[in-house]
Design a protein around this ligand. Structure first.
Ligand SMILES: [Fe+2]
Length: 256
């Protein structure tokens, strides 16, 4: 996930500098058991609350296989399909590095998983958030292309000193977006799809605002990175989100 404030005090390196070996063999039996617990709990919770393409991606990428997925096995299916691949990182990467990765169809996944006593509280996104939440939708061709475009927009916005605009667009679509499907509001964003508490809160709470998604509203809507969102943006469909974001040029983003 992105932090709202972009800070760095050194020259920009290349995204490859942030990649580490996943060391899949270092995951313990308990780590794999935590993945299985989270996976089963979340699949049951999501049910019909998530866009149907999400579960298509779960099946296509064989994420139903028990245990923490290994990035090589995942990439062997994902890369031939949409050109995307995952790389392991030790934690949050800076926003400029993150957007540079997305622009090259590379998705960073944490090389760690939460512990059993942290099932619902995370200081930094772990491999369950990254792999369960994000990767299934990267098997969807149009969504995958939208995510790559967000990376390009982000790189351009940061270069122009307006990274917050791309961060908000990303947040209100890729992380916390909602979308209608067959007339019902469904979860689209990975932050919701992977969250036990916020998945149903986002859809069912009467304490939040749900406003129509437009790229202009997304860019101008603040977000919280340490609490449930006070408002969610709802697109008419997954396709509307994809089309609106793909149409947006860097110059248009900066003008919003
Ligand atoms: Fe995320």
């Amino acid at each position: 996930m992105l932090q709202e404030t972009i800070t760095r005090d050194r020259p920009v390196g290349s995204w490859q500098d942030y990649v580490v070996p996943q060391c899949w063999e270092a995951f313990t039996p308990d780590d794999h058991a935590v993945w299985d617990l989270l996976f089963m709990r979340q699949v049951k919770l999501l049910g019909s609350r998530v866009v149907s393409d999400f579960f298509d991606g779960i099946d296509l990428l064989k994420l139903t296989h028990p245990g923490v997925p290994d990035v090589e096995g995942l990439n062997a299916i994902l890369e031939p399909r949409t050109g995307w691949r995952t790389v392991a990182v030790p934690g949050l990467v800076p926003d400029d590095i993150f957007f540079a990765m997305l622009s090259e169809r590379v998705f960073p996944v944490g090389n760690f998983i939460r512990t059993r006593d942290q099932l619902d509280y995370l200081e930094a996104p772990d491999c369950f958030h990254d792999m369960f939440g994000h990767i299934p939708m990267l098997a969807h061709h149009n969504y995958a292309e939208m995510t790559r475009h967000v990376g390009e927009l982000g790189a351009a916005a940061i270069g122009a000193g307006q990274g917050h605009k791309a961060a908000r667009l990303y947040w209100h679509s890729v992380e916390f977006g909602l979308a209608r499907e067959h007339g019902e509001i469904k979860i689209l964003g990975a932050g919701l799809a992977s969250s036990f508490g916020e998945a149903h809160f986002s859809l069912e709470s009467d304490q939040v605002e749900r406003l129509p998604f437009t790229v202009e509203r997304a860019v101008n809507t603040h977000y919280k990175h340490d609490a449930f969102q006070p408002r969610y943006l709802v697109s008419e469909s997954l396709e509307q989100t994809v089309a609106e974001v793909l149409r947006l040029t860097p110059a248009e983003l900066l003008a919003l």
